[in-house]
Each structure stands twice: as C-alpha cells, then as structure tokens.
Write a protein that binds this ligand. Structure first.
Ligand code: XLS
Ligand code: NI
Ligand code: NI
Length: 433
C-alpha cells in the first residue's frame, strides 16, 4: 500500500478553494508570457530532504520514522523510491533530483556502493517508464560520510580525491543514463574549519583541476546537460570556496571554465552570504552563468540554512522577475531543496509543503510576468541610463583619459544630479505583488 494511501493527485482548484490539498495558483497549462506555467517553473522534488532526511537536528534524533527509514538495504531503498514516485504522481511536478547517497544504501566497499547505486538507478528508470517525471539533476553526496570530513576534491589526502573523482564519474554516468538535464556540484566541505591546518592555494588548485576533469568527462561521454556549481558561503564548513556568485565566477575564470559551467543558486545560501536572492540571480545573469535555482528559504531569525519551503510572494516575485529578464532557466528548474519542520510528521505534511511552495512560486511568477509585460521597471532603467546613448558617451568608452580631459576642459560637460526614484520604484513593485 502506498505511504500516501488516501491522498488523491492534486488539481488546480483556483484561489478560492477551501481545501488543504490542491493548487490555488499553480496551473501547469496556464499561459504566462506565451509559455506554459509548468515550462517556466520546471519544479523538482529533492530526494534528500523529502525522503532521506529523518527529522533529526543537533539536539535530537529522527522524528519522522518513515517505513523505508527502518533499514538501510536495497529493499528499503526501493520502498523509498516507491514512496517518492507516489508523491510525484500526487504532485504532478515534472522533475526530481538526487544525491547518490539519497537513493542507494552505502556498501562496505566502493564497488558494493556502486552496485547498489546501479540497481536503484535501474529501478527508478523502470518507474520513470510511462510517467512524465524526469531527472532535473543528479549530484554526489561528498560531505556526509566521515571519509569526506576534510573535504572531497580539496582533501589533504589524495585517496579522498580519488574516491571523489570515481564517485562523480559514476554519478555523471547515472545522470546521463536517466536523461538528466544538469549535473550539480555543491562543495559542502570544500573549504576549511581553520586556516591553521589549511593550504588555501593548494586546495583551490585541486578543486579547479577536479572541476576541469568533470567538464572533460562531460564532453567525453557526450552528456548534453549543463554542469552547475552551487554557491554557499559556509555551513557545514566555516568557510566554503564556492562562497557566492561573484566568488564562483572568479574561480571559474581562474581555471578557464566560465564558458563551461553555470551556477545553481539557492535562496537561503544567498541570504547566508549577505545578499538578496535577486542579487545573486541578477549577477549570475549579467555574468552569463545563471543555471538553475534551489527555492528554499531560511528563517530570518535563526541565521543558518533552515531549508524551509518558500512562503514570501514579494521575494519570490523579484527572483522570477530577474529570471524572466534573463530569458528563463534554460535546462535548469526550480528545485525544492526544502525540508519539512521536524514536527511535520505526516504524509499530508509532505504533500502540503510542496503544494504551498509551488503556489507561492506560481504567484511570484505571475507577478513577475506582469511587471515584465507592463515594462515600468525596464522603462525606468532605460531612462536612467539614456545619457549613455549619445555619440559623445559612446566615443568616450573607446577613448582615453587624455581625450576625455580635453572634452571636459572645452566645456559642455556639466553633471546634474538626478533622483534615483527608489521609493517610486518600490511602490511600483508593490502594485504587482
Ligand atoms: C546544501 C545544499 C545541497 C545541494 C545539493 O546546503 O543546498 O542540498 O543543493 O548537494
Ligand atoms: Ni542548501
Ligand atoms: Ni541546494
């Protein structure tokens, strides 16, 4: 019997519905700026938080006690996959994501873990047959097992580098076999706890070389998806090398990978880095590395990565505004890297968490599309930079300090400060959200 036995597939019932289990705003076929809402948002369910996470925290053990969490063999892994696909049938979202360690039991050796992994990948492939749900991205968990405590590619022990390289090869093979659209690397322990025992320069070179090997392997096997790095400033490490968009871009450039690798941006990570989510999205878009998003928020009072489902429409609207302006998510999507609260024990909580998050994103997308279509922000922007359209301004960028000096000395250059109109623009946004 299904873990979600009595829960029927969710349907769009509209904003006035009184039901806890329906979509009020997410209406997959509704057209938004000429494209189906489902194709804009490209929702994915994350295997780790929704099925592997057991509800523990630093002060207490598991609370969820899901049936498939009672053991760690292949049978339990298959029961977990059954529950996952049952949830996918209820939600009807187009994608899911995994780490190797979420879907397969750990074996006693590398070879045994791999054979478990391959068995589950085949089991999932059989379940995908005849269903519409697809793999948005695969990734390797190289931060939970104790062998990775000092990092994966950045580890002082070359044997851990080797183990990590072999793991990523296997995960890329599986991602490709499942038709995955992207492959993600998040460097959970690619950083340090103390500088006193850390050779920063060496570790970054190891990480750069590792990423180059990932890109080479992608081309070797003909994987057509996008390689994505996920920035995060800290947690679990005190300091992580893939700190934020700006840092990651500098890293990619240093190792010549900026044309090969894009970024998977997470709302909560942006906040941890001291940015807004829309800042990270707009910057990645300006640098040409916007890839995909993890749409899970933090609690603003706690100061760590609480991974909650999104519930703030105005924030989400600004995120999608910059995504729409960038031309959309491409091969990326909106992954709920979000976990329930520890007290939310029931199957119904898992369904409602996702449904609510999808509704919040749908409202945000519609507000964003309305702002794009209205064009008010774009018009204000062109007006603000209009001076740069003049031939003198354009010529200046091809000139040098001396010629600019001569022009200023000749007169006719007389800067007049203009209002930035911040409050008017904030009021404008408030009309749509
Ligand atoms: C952790 C990260 C992780 C990545 C995938 O904070 O968000 O879940 O998305 O490894
Ligand atoms: Ni995260
Ligand atoms: Ni994430």
């Amino acid at each position: 019997m299904s873990y979600f036995a009595d829960i029927a597939p969710l349907t769009y019932e509209g904003p006035d519905s009184g039901s806890d289990l329906c979509y009020r705003h997410y209406n997959p076929d509704e057209m938004v700026m000429g494209k189906r809402m489902e194709d804009h948002l490209r929702f994915a369910v994350a295997w780790w938080h929704s099925f592997a996470w057991e509800g523990g925290d630093p002060f207490g053990g598991p609370t969820f006690l899901r049936p498939w969490q009672a053991g760690s063999d292949l049978d339990h892994a298959m029961a977990k996959a059954d529950a996952a696909f049952d949830l996918f049938d209820i939600l009807g979202q187009p994608y899911f994501c995994w780490h190797d360690a979420d879907i397969r039991p750990e074996g006693a050796t590398f070879a045994e873990s791999l054979s478990n992994f391959e068995a589950i990948v085949d089991y999932c492939l059989a379940k995908m047959d005849g269903r519409k749900v697809q793999l948005l991205w695969g990734t390797a968990n190289m931060f939970s097992h104790r062998r990775f405590m000092s990092g994966a590619s950045t580890n002082p022990d070359p044997d851990v580098f080797a183990w990590s390289a072999a793991t990523v090869k296997a995960c890329m093979d599986a991602t490709m076999k499942m038709g995955g659209q992207n492959y993600v690397l998040w460097g959970g322990r690619e950083g340090y706890e103390t500088l006193l025992n850390t050779d920063l320069g060496r570790e970054m070179d190891q990480m750069g070389r590792f990423l180059s090997m990932v890109v080479d392997y992608k081309h070797k096997i003909g994987f057509k998806g996008t390689i994505l790095v996920e920035p995060k400033p800290q947690e679990p490490s005190k300091h992580q090398y893939d700190y934020d968009v700006a840092t990651c871009y500098g890293f990619l450039q240093r190792y010549g990978l900026e044309g090969e690798v894009k970024l998977n941006l997470e709302q909560g990570h942006a906040i941890l880095a001291g940015h807004s989510f829309e800042h990270e999205i707009a910057l990645a878009s300006a640098l040409g590395v916007l890839g995909s998003i993890d749409m899970n928020r933090n609690d603003y009072q706690s100061g760590w990565d609480t991974d909650q489902f999104p519930n703030n429409v105005p924030e989400v609207a600004l995120a999608y505004y910059y995504i729409l302006k960038a031309g959309g998510l491409g091969t990326g999507g909106t992954n709920f890297d979000a976990k329930l609260r520890r007290q939310s024990l029931d199957p119904v909580d898992l369904v409602a968490g996702h449904a609510g998050g999808m509704d919040v994103c749908a409202r945000g997308l519609k507000a964003a599309a309305a702002m794009v279509e209205d064009g008010g922000l774009e018009a204000a922007l062109s007006d603000r930079y209009a001076g740069w359209q003049t031939p003198e301004a354009q010529a200046m960028l091809d000139g040098d300090l001396g010629s600019i000096f001569d022009r200023v000395m000749a007169g006719g250059v007389d800067p007049q400060p203009r209002s930035g109109r911040q409050e008017i623009l904030e009021n404008y946004v408030n009309r749509f959200v």
